[in-house]
Design a protein around this ligand. Structure first.
Ligand code: HEM
Length: 408
């Protein structure tokens, strides 16, 4: 950050710490938003943008707010993917994904696979029994298995994918520059490269419906394929895992809303969006100004590093009434959990299908007495990436029916 950046007119939030953000960012966001939509935050060495309108402006103006941030942690963690490029190069790379993550492919191929994966993971959860941790014994392996198959990374295990995803995402969110976090992230980076080198030639000879098969046939340079596949592993597991965990937590702690959904399963789609609004799995993503500008009344210099805090925008009371409350009956308004503009999440349909159409209805149908564990507290943590980090659950064994059709 240049000296001129620190002399801009943004209020300075020198009271914000990374530890407090990680523990519970929402009171911090509220205090910041009440003062100004944009602050300079020394603890994270960037401006944090917490107002709904200001975040929306950034997403829709890539000429002023570039995704290609200098010194980007994401670029260091996974390489230079489409996520940190601007158009037209970004669009070329995005087009290289073809229709693999889109609704038609989901309907034709992936829904059935998500359904099978859900049955397997539910059987596993039931076998572990009451006391299981829903995040690690269901949400994480389910999300990893879905992505493993959508990507076609059949030469890696479910556990490999979970470890790679977490290690690279920890790197991308390593704002405190912890060397141990970088070491893990670099190890994952190398292991993914090895797996790609092994599988891509096979898929060139035997194409299938997977994303890697699509990439194997694309004219995109190998470096970009590597970076985009790593970015997709990083974002394609943890975010659906976290959204699923938050959605379950929202319903477990609000019995009246759970009853509404039980009576009308079409409402799981609202649960999905409300959970994404309430606790955005990607709470903050970066941008950099390409010229001097004014955002939400705040002057920004050229080269200013910004954090687009969609986790805060989604709780802006000027848009969402009682924003801190999980409420599936609230007036429908667009949240920003999947970003916006040219970088709108390419996996949003996969996330919706796997979480809202498959996992949530199956989970609550099969375990109708699911509830938080009485003795072991649930934990919700993070700010750059946020979700349930532990959700111990309990249920009445006697009320769990057999789950027909599970592959043995
Ligand atoms: C609940 C689940 C998910 C959430 C909340 C989420 C959120 C986001 C957000 C906020 C962005 C934009 C970030 C930025 O502009 O810097 C993004 C981009 C992206 N996401 Fe997701 N994501 C989810 C699931 C997935 C899944 C399952 C996949 C893959 C199967 C995926 C693939 C991507 C890709 C490829 C991009 C880059 C798009 C581009 O740059 O044009 N995401 N996601």
């Amino acid at each position: 950050m240049t000296d001129s950046a620190t002399t801009a007119t943004a209020p300075v939030a020198d009271w914000v710490t990374i530890v407090d953000l990680y523990t519970d960012p929402f009171p911090i966001y509220r205090r910041m938003r009440e003062e100004s939509p944009v602050h300079w935050v020394p603890a994270v060495n960037r401006y944090l943008v917490t107002g709904y309108d200001a975040c929306h402006t950034i997403d829709n103006d890539q000429e002023t707010y570039s995704a290609d941030e200098s010194g980007s942690l994401m670029k260091r963690a996974v390489g230079h993917s489409m996520l940190r490029r601007d158009d037209p190069r970004h669009l070329d790379e995005r087009k290289s994904y073809g229709g693999v993550l889109k609704p038609r492919a989901i309907k034709q191929h992936w829904n059935q696979i998500f359904d099978e994966n859900c049955r397997v993971q539910l059987d596993r959860l039931l076998a572990i029994g009451p006391g299981a941790d829903l995040v690690w014994d269901f949400c994480a392996p389910y999300a990893a298995e879905n992505l493993r198959q959508v990507m076609g990374l059949v030469n890696a295990t479910n556990q490999d994918l979970q470890r790679w995803s977490q290690a690279m995402i920890n790197g991308a969110g390593n704002y405190s520059d912890d060397p141990l976090v970088w070491a893990e992230s670099e190890r994952a980076f190398d292991e993914v490269d090895t797996a790609l080198d092994e599988i891509l030639p096979l898929l060139r000879r035997n194409p299938d419906h997977s994303l890697l098969s699509q990439m194997a046939a694309s004219p995109i340079a190998m470096d970009s394929i590597r970076a985009n596949m790593k970015m997709t592993i990083a974002g394609g597991i943890n975010e659906p895992r976290d959204l699923l965990g938050i959605a379950v937590w929202g319903l477990l702690t609000r019995p009246e809303q759970r009853a509404l959904v039980a009576a009308d399963p079409a409402l799981y789609s609202l649960v999905f969006d409300e959970a994404a609004r309430w606790v955005a799995p990607i709470g903050m993503y970066p941008r950099e100004t390409t010229r001097e500008t004014v955002l939400g009344g705040i002057e920004l210099p050229r080269g200013a590093h910004l954090g687009v805090v969609v986790g805060a925008a989604n709780r802006d009371p000027s848009v969402f009434e009682n924003p801190n409350t999980f409420d599936i009956t609230r007036e429908k308004k667009p949240h920003q959990a999947f970003g916006g503009g040219t970088h709108f999440c390419a996996g949003a349909w996969v996330a919706r299908a796997s979480v809202a159409d498959v996992a949530l209805p199956h989970l609550f149908n099969v375990i109708p007495t699911l509830r938080p564990h009485p003795d072991r507290p649930a934990r919700e943590e993070g700010w750059v990436f946020r979700g349930m980090t532990s959700l111990p659950v309990d249920w009445d064994r006697s009320t769990v029916p057999a789950f027909p059709g599970s592959p043995s």
